[in-house]
Design a protein around this ligand. Structure first.
Ligand code: OSB
Ligand code: MG
Length: 369
């Protein structure tokens, strides 16, 4: 496939709210929109999903910038690209830095789809025409605030509610939520806030009828999670611990989880995400698409990924207006009754709003490849 140049657009956007997790609060997002351009005027877009601090994983906006500029873009120049699936191998000499890799790979997948006038979903092999979504709610100042928020999102039709938890904001809160909403599919995400010392405390989750507990233990662990899963009836879902197909294989073999959250950025791109999906389908491990508080481009890629058949649980891909006063795509991502219709337009299915891109821009770099 032909690629003429890569343009890095560095953006600064402010979320409508501070998203509070066990590791800290996120409100300002600095990130990259990667544009891959061919000789015929097609442009494909990808989004880097790292945050400015290395709280979730080790990557940051600055490490994404460094690795894309110094290592990944030169590798595109030195290698022939027949298909977006080749990118994983071309980037293999560079260890990890998966969010940087995924941003570039995503732009190339979109470009590839547009070159054939097909949707990203079509070239990627997804089948669904609409996807189910849930909502992820940060830690709130009071339980009253949380209950109000949940009520609001249930009324809007979201298919499940995910609550961020941490020591001191967990079992009691979840119990109140469960009492108020006895039939709502509820899950909790700890973002690595516990250790095996908390095992008796975590066992109390089993009375609450949760869909799953996401990443209770260390970000880089699969061994302790296996110990915990043996003691816990509530299914464990791994997020931070899964960076690759092999991580997923190890976790499944060890019994570290019963569910996997797939994030395109965390695993290094759509190609690796699909390999993990295929493995999980074969092993009967349900998967769902996680979120990184993305702007529209990342959101569009998440929608395409979720169209694969193994994505049987609602994902974290809420609509643009949950996060942004103004998104960078046209139209914005709309959720109706807890579902998103997969857009029929070619590529990622949404136009880039060039004016919005300019408004939020804090830098731009262009590279011939
Ligand atoms: O752990 O899934 C997570 C947001 C930032 C970092 C990590 C996570 C999250 C979310 C929000 O849960 C998902 C979203 O709405 O994009
Ligand atoms: Mg998570």
């Amino acid at each position: 496939m032909s690629i003429e140049k890569i343009i890095l657009h560095k953006l600064n956007m402010r979320l409508k709210f501070a998203f509070q997790t066990s590791f800290g609060a996120i409100q300002n997002k600095e990130f990259f929109i990667v544009e891959a351009v061919d000789a015929h005027g097609n442009s494909g877009f990808g989004e880097s999903v790292a945050f400015t601090s290395p709280w979730y994983t080790e990557e940051t906006t600055s490490t994404n910038e460094h690795v894309m500029k110094e290592f990944l873009i030169p590798l595109l120049r030195e290698n022939k690209i027949e298909h977006p699936d080749n990118i994983t191998d071309i980037f293999k000499p560079i260890k990890r830095n998966n969010m940087a890799k995924a941003a570039i790979e995503g732009a190339i997948w979109d470009l590839y789809a547009k070159q054939q006038d097909l949707t990203l979903t079509e070239v990627f092999g997804g089948k669904k025409t609409n996807i189910d979504v849930g909502i992820s709610l940060g830690i709130q100042p009071t339980v009253t605030d949380l209950l109000e928020d949940i009520n609001d999102y249930i009324k809007q039709g979201f298919k499940r509610v995910k609550l961020k938890i941490k020591p001191g904001w967990d079992i009691e809160i979840l119990r109140e939520v469960r009492n108020r909403f006895p039939d709502t599919p509820i899950m909790a995400d700890a973002n690595s806030a516990y250790t095996l010392k908390d095992i008796d405390h975590l066992k109390k989750l089993d009375d609450l009828g949760l869909l799953m507990i996401e990443q209770p233990l260390a970000h880089d662990d699969v061994v302790d999670h296996a110990k915990l899963q043996r003691e816990l009836a509530t299914p464990i879902c791994l997020d931070e611990s899964i960076h690759s197909y092999d991580d997923a294989r190890h976790a499944i073999e060890l019994g570290s989880c019963k569910i996997i959250n797939v994030k395109i950025g965390r695993v290094g791109g759509l190609t690796e995400a699909k390999r993990i999906h295929n493995l999980c389908l074969e092993k009967n491990i349900p998967v769902w698409c996680g979120g990184m508080l993305e702007a529209g481009v990342g959101r569009a890629h998440n929608i395409a990924l979720t169209t694969l058949e193994g994505f049987t649980l609602p994902g974290d891909t809420a609509g643009s207006s949950r996060y942004w006063e103004k998104d960078i795509i046209k139209p914005e991502v709309m959720v109706e009754n807890g579902t998103i219709n997969v857009p029929p337009k070619n590529g990622i299915g949404f136009e880039i709003d060039r004016d919005a891109l300019k408004t939020f821009s804090i830098g731009q770099w262009e590279y011939e490849v």
